[in-house]
Design a protein around this ligand. Sequence first.
Ligand code: ADP
Length: 378
Amino acid sequence: MSMKLGIIGGGQLAWMMKDAADKLGVELIVQTPSPNDPAVSIAQHSIFAAVDDAAATEILATKCDIVTFENEFVNLAALSLLEKQGVCFHPQLAALAPLLDKYEQRCYLRDLGLPVPQFLALSGEKKLESQIENLGFPVVLKARRHGYDGQGTFIIPDFATLSKIVNQTHSQFLVEEFVPFTKELAIIAARSVNGEIVIYPAVETLQKEQVCRWVIAPAQITQEQSLQIEAIAHKLLTSLQYIGVCGIELFLTAQGKILINEIAPRTHNSGHFSLDACETSQFEQHLRAVCGLPLGNTRLYCASAVMVNLLGYENSHCDYQKQRQQLANIPQATVHWYGKTEARPGRKLGHITVLLDQDQTNGVEDIIHKIESIWYPQ
Ligand code: ADP
């Protein structure tokens, strides 16, 4: 009998599990707000409810063997009652608990001895000026919960802007030093039920307006930096007793220092290259890990790979057939189109991966430029 996996969230991250689920004989059941969400088309069954609706998760749990996450904006306290009643969550809720609030996540990483930017939680009790006096401007202000794709993250140039945002918004905030990084990096790691850990090559990512535009695998960094990043992933996943795939975003500074920016307890945009460029994609790896199967090989097939997000740039119901066809004609390219019914500026509508041979690795920038000039209106 096939394994039944419940997924909280039915966006593109769940949608991209389809091929792996077919290959491994895993049935997918999703809990997602809308019938138009990408993974509804590939799931055997869908429950239409918000991801933080624990009553819906209780129903989901009756239909599957294990529940996993493609979205971490859940109600952990309510899910804990289900876990106590015997619902099997992978990763377990104890592994998610320190990660969901950005301030608590920073504290957890710091207490483990992992490198993070200087940070603090803003308190309504103390004068704002005195709280941030050690950081200097610019600072980075982050909503402690529910931030994604830069929503809830603000780079603040001066005190007036900081106090305006803090006073106008009712969220709880984390404030941290602005890191003048030379590169943003990311790594995907997976840990199995019995503690085996596998790690993908570290990648370089580029964010514009805090949204990921492209990813190059592998990152051009020193071997020592790669080993340091792998050691971070090992320590973190082991400490959390994590089960599943996890994305780790990092900064590389001009002095060659690595700092952790953020942990995503799920598959991650920076690992999409693995669908086309690796023997085992991050999505297959996640299914393997959470279903108790042996983990797969994370090696790159090719010298390098570039992944470019196809982000919405207008409000539209267009399916962009013409641009997609032009993109698909790029040699060694695969276009992944998430089937969203509505485009909005900044929304992730799809992505394209191009595999590169050794002699093409210097041409990565040209390829990114070509893709973006086909995709975005001139
Ligand atoms: P989200 O959870 O919304 O993705 P992040 O914390 O990952 O938010 O921030 C989004 C982007 O903002 C990062 O990829 C980076 O480009 C920029 N950023 C975040 N924190 C800092 C920082 N401390 N210093 C400099 N840039 C930052």
